[in-house]
Design a binder for this molecule. Structure first.
Ligand SMILES: NC(=O)c1ccc[n+]([C@@H]2O[C@H](COP(=O)([O-])OP(=O)(O)OC[C@H]3O[C@@H](n4cnc5c(N)ncnc54)[C@H](OP(=O)(O)O)[C@@H]3O)[C@@H](O)[C@H]2O)c1
Length: 269
């Protein structure tokens, strides 16, 4: 595995992370305490940890926090970087603290490394949440603050709101089929040393059926998923977070960091 500084945190994480959003039905069942295929999903996370991946993404919405708790048992907590997210209906101070406490309990950990607003609320509620997050940093419950699904204007507003901290990471969709962040967010993140956690890095699995991706991956004798990840890693600020639900896929994805493909070829995709 290869490691690089995650935004301006001073902490090195693996080039790749592991996502733990499964599907809407999985989330509904999880609300009733039924964690479908839990054993396989925990094995997938452990396979990633054993391959050196130390970045794990979740959210209070996903229902996957209890799986992470079980997956990280026996590993040194300080060596793992966990991000979780607060849902936009919980942006008021008291609700945010309740959400955070519950996430910590489900994760079985005293702190989360990165706490993100999952989707923007109104300017007022974003401000209230950011103030609460600064309090949470001061009390040691979270280490860093991030934003998900914000546009550039929203990110700049949030950075102006924060008094003692800065936004260290954003998490938005980015993949071969969705290149919008290249217009503004990615150049901004590169310049400002903000980590860009690329969600849907495999276009929710659709990348493996794209004809151009199939053609190029065949030529280099790698899998379409690996090509999609190498393509994202052209940017130093990007940390793709492919879903980890099968050990064999996670192991394959982890190897993408060691694959070299000329930039000219990647840029033509
Ligand atoms: N912030 C947000 O609003 C937001 C929104 C969506 C997602 N996310 C985060 O981003 C993560 C990734 O998104 P995602 O899970 O929806 O999509 P994704 O990672 O782009 O795609 C997942 C799909 O790709 C398949 N896959 C993974 N590795 C593969 C391989 N080596 N070969 C072939 N297929 C492979 C998976 O199959 P298997 O499951 O069978 O391995 C699954 O069907 C989520 O888990 C979550 O943490 C964040």
């Amino acid at each position: 595995m290869k490691y690089k500084e995650f935004g301006s945190t001073g902490i090195k994480t693996s080039y790749l992370g592991m996502g733990t959003y499964y599907d809407p039905l999985w989330i509904i069942l999880a609300k009733f305490g039924f964690l479908r295929d839990a054993k396989q999903k925990i094995q997938a996370l452990k396979a990633g940890l054993n391959a050196g991946i130390n970045l794990i993404d979740t959210a209070e919405l996903y229902g996957s926090e209890p799986l992470i708790k079980r997956a990280i048992e026996g590993y040194e907590r300080e060596k793992i970087f966990i991000s979780t997210k607060v849902w936009p209906t919980h942006l008021k101070r008291d609700k945010l603290f309740k959400s955070l406490e519950k996430s910590l309990e489900r994760l079985g950990t005293k702190y989360v490394d990165l706490y993100l607003i999952h989707f923007p609320g109104s300017s007022h509620s974003n401000r209230e949440a950011l103030m609460a997050m600064e309090e949470a940093v001061a009390s040691g419950l979270i280490k860093f603050i991030g934003l998900s699904n914000f546009n550039l204007k929203g990110i700049e507003e949030a950075r102006k709101t924060l008094r003692k901290n800065d936004i260290v990471a954003i998490q938005n969709q980015y993949n071969i089929k969705h290149k919008d962040p290249e217009n503004d967010l990615l150049p901004y993140c590169e310049k400002e040393r903000i980590a860009f956690m690329a969600y849907y890095p495999l276009a929710h699995g659709r990348i493996t059926k794209d004809s151009k991706v199939l053609e190029v991956s065949k030529k280099f004798n790698i899998t379409p998923a690996q090509l999609a990840l190498v393509w994202l890693l052209r940017w130093s600020s990007v940390f793709p977070i492919p879903r980890a639900s099968r050990p064999e896929h996670v192991i394959q994805d982890a190897k993408a960091v060691d694959i070299d493909i000329p930039t000219e070829i990647l840029e033509k995709i």
